[in-house]
Ligand binder design. Structure first.
Ligand code: DAH
Length: 358
């Protein structure tokens, strides 16, 4: 009969060598089963003298416990390896697109912004951008809103918590601060449009706390109001896709332009939908004017050498008008049913050659 040391050695070797749960079970039967060498040895305990039994008993039982434990440990190890192998085999790349591809849609604001950019790009304008979180200086002061000027109150500004220096940043209330940022960065002649998010503390059917504006700026030695009128007239015809879009320029006030005007476009409101370029009603669509000499100075330009014009319009409002969308708040409700209805096909990039809205 093999000695206890031999049994221990061959059993531990067999357990370690088991490549799967079946082989481990075979080793368990061989070394701990009823017919195993160890079981045979245990049977001899009964016939031993008490002294001998006291010596061998703990040895045999100790080995039994040791092997039982080794088998349990190996079993856990095999189990984990099998699980890892299965996980590796069944791994799926969750970044792969699902098939069939679900049809997403482009948000009307994105599409209308692309339409407007396409029109102005065709007239030689570049796109400029600036930060949503703006300093009081760029949002107001440099645009000729002196401290304490009542026009600041009209903007329902969102103020940030003051920083260590006590400066209160704002969520920009219009895209006009990017006029100053552009003048600081580039030398004239300047011809830029600035689409972007803007913020005011206001909410009803035609106002949302976050909305979108598009600013235009042209600065050169000889820019004129006549150019501004022509550019806006061309824009309106192209955007509303109508042959004529009569406009009306009304005197108005903005701190950053002098003279300042508001522009109305001819429309027909008699039916359910507003029709642009027909009828006898007027609808306000934008503000504009000649850049105020102080604003040119804040932008680092000498108003004796340069003059400019600027305009600002609400992208969301233009989108509502063109596509007959009744409530502004729906733009930002993230309702997929609404998006499916008003959204645009993903590859319909607006351009003047194939048409803007198709
Ligand atoms: N910043 C103005 C607003 O948010 C819009 C505006 C009016 C922009 C006239 C201009 C401008 O550039 O010339 O109400």
């Amino acid at each position: 009969m093999p000695g206890i040391k031999d049994i221990q050695k061959s059993a531990l070797t067999a357990i370690a060598a088991a490549a799967n749960e079946a082989e481990l079970e075979a080793a368990r039967v061989e070394f701990l089963g009823k017919k195993s060498a160890l079981s045979e040895l245990m049977k001899t305990l009964g016939k031993m003298s008490p002294e001998e039994r006291q010596e061998k008993g703990p040895l045999y039982n100790g080995l039994r416990a040791e092997l039982t434990e080794a088998i349990a440990a190996k079993k856990a190890e095999l189990h984990e390896a099998a699980l890892n192998a299965r996980l590796a085999e069944e791994k799926i790349d969750v970044t792969l697109p699902p098939r069939p591809m679900p049809q997403g849609t482009i948000h009307p604001i994105t599409h209308v912004t692309d339409e407007i950019v396409a029109i102005f790009a065709d007239m030689g304008f570049a796109v400029a951008e600036g930060p949503d979180i703006e300093s009081d200086y760029y949002n107001f002061t440099a645009l000729n809103f002196p401290e304490g000027h009542p026009a600041r109150e009209m903007h329902d500004t969102f103020y940030m918590v003051p920083d260590e220096k006590g400066e209160r940043k704002v969520l920009r209330t219009h895209t006009s601060p990017v006029q100053i940022r552009t003048m600081e960065k580039q030398k004239p002649p300047l011809r830029v449009i600035i689409p972007g998010r803007t913020y005011r503390c206001d909410s009803d059917q035609t106002h949302t706390p976050m909305f979108h504006q598009l600013e235009g700026l042209a600065v050169d030695k000889t820019t004129t109001l006549g150019e501004l009128k022509w550019v806006l007239a061309e824009f309106c015809k192209a955007f509303f896709e109508v042959p004529e879009a009569p406009m009306r320029f009304r005197p108005s006030y903005f701190p950053f332009t002098e003279p300042s005007m508001e522009v109305d476009i001819l429309c027909d409101r008699s039916g359910g939908n507003v029709k642009i370029g027909e009828g006898e009603d007027w609808m306000e669509i934008l503000g504009c004017g000649m850049v105020h000499p102080n604003v040119l100075k804040f932008g680092g330009l000498d108003p004796d050498d340069y003059q400019g014009w600027a305009f600002g319009m609400g992208i969301d409002r233009l989108a509502m008008l063109k596509y007959g969308i009744p409530d502004l708040r729906d733009f930002f409700a993230a309702d997929l049913r609404w998006l499916k209805h008003y959204g645009f096909a993903a590859l319909d990039m607006p351009n003047l050659a194939t048409g803007l809205s198709r």
